[in-house]
Design a protein around this ligand. Structure first.
Ligand SMILES: Nc1ncnc2c1ncn2[C@@H]1O[C@H](COP(=O)(O)OP(=O)(O)O)[C@@H](O)[C@H]1O
Ligand SMILES: [Mg+2]
Length: 277
């Protein structure tokens, strides 16, 4: 049965993630608390942006949701079921380009569809073309990754992740390596793609403007240890076009609000590194 619109698609409950680390010149193992008491709900069909400073634990959260790691404590659930590993219900797009260099743009998408299985070659090709069209790269189908710009490579990566129709798209600073103009264009395109596909998107960024522009809700993370400190509902009048909303007073107010959360003075240094007994 289809989930109710707005129902919780992804839930993280009281999540704690501890890494064992070894300090230089110290042979003893220490525990580093990356996340502690982290709660987050992602609603079906929304774009939720997760914003926070570098090192606060954003990628750690994404690894948990994608199933690449399991939490030290707490629960990570999709549709009410614990995440037990990676799955085709979740597509992931990373900051670093992850295309196969020996495959064309089209071939990279076909490769993902081969891995998923269940479709004949001609059908894989048709679907790959369809998703290249979705990201505006029809004319670049036969180009190899080294013949594509950074923005184009990320478009292919997005098309590849969407081609097998995951229910959730997880994006970890996917536009972080792009120049400002390309980044803004891809943000606008992503909103359009989201409107067309209805995919639930979790988008991670350290860029406040990006978080406000893309997110229907913005989850603000603090550091040491990482947890969600605020959820902000973003209500912007997008009728005059996506590009214009960045210069509105409302947009500035949201940006300011999030900035305020992130620039709170860090609490007195608390030992987040504990010696392992
Ligand atoms: N596998 C790991 N082992 C030890 N420490 C880690 C590991 N992964 C992440 N960390 C640490 O956890 C913290 C959060 O990392 P990360 O989730 O990558 O932050 P962000 O994505 O917000 O920049 C950082 O201090 C990082 O050094
Ligand atoms: Mg990261």
């Amino acid at each position: 049965m289809a989930s109710l619109a707005g129902a919780s698609k992804i839930a993280l409950r009281d999540v704690r993630q501890v890494f064992r680390v070894r300090a230089a010149g110290d042979r003893a193992a220490h525990e580093f608390v990356a996340l502690d008491g982290l709660d987050l709900d992602v609603r079906e069909g929304e774009i939720l942006t997760l914003v926070g400073p570098s090192g606060c634990g954003k990628s750690t959260v994404l690894d948990l949701v994608s199933g690449l790691s399991t939490p030290t404590a707490g629960a990570v659930e999709i549709d009410g079921r614990p995440v037990s590993g990676p799955g085709l219900d979740r597509g992931v797009v990373f900051q670093q380009y992850t295309l196969l260099p020996w495959r064309t743009a089209l071939g990279n998408i076909e490769f993902a569809l081969e891995a998923v299985g269940g479709r004949r070659k001609a059908e894989r090709r048709r679907v790959a073309h369809e998703y290249l069209e979705l990201v505006g790269l029809t004319d670049f189908a036969d180009r190899y990754p080294h013949e594509l710009s950074g923005g184009m490579k990320q478009r292919v990566a997005i098309a590849r992740s969407l081609s097998y129709q995951p229910e959730v798209l997880l994006m970890d600073e996917p536009f972080g390596a792009l120049d400002a103009q390309t980044r803004e264009r891809l943000q606008e395109e992503l909103v359009q793609i989201w409107r067309r596909t209805g995919t639930t998107i979790v988008f991670i960024t350290h860029d406040i403007e990006e978080a406000v522009f893309l997110g229907q809700r913005v989850a603000v993370m603090s550091t040491r240890p990482g947890k969600v400190v605020e959820i902000i509902n973003v209500v912007l009048d997008r009728t005059s076009g996506d590009a214009d909303i960045r210069s509105t007073a409302e947009f500035a107010a949201y940006r300011h609000q999030i900035w305020g959360h992130l620039r709170q003075p860090a609490p007195a240094y608390r030992a987040e590194v504990h010696r392992v007994a």
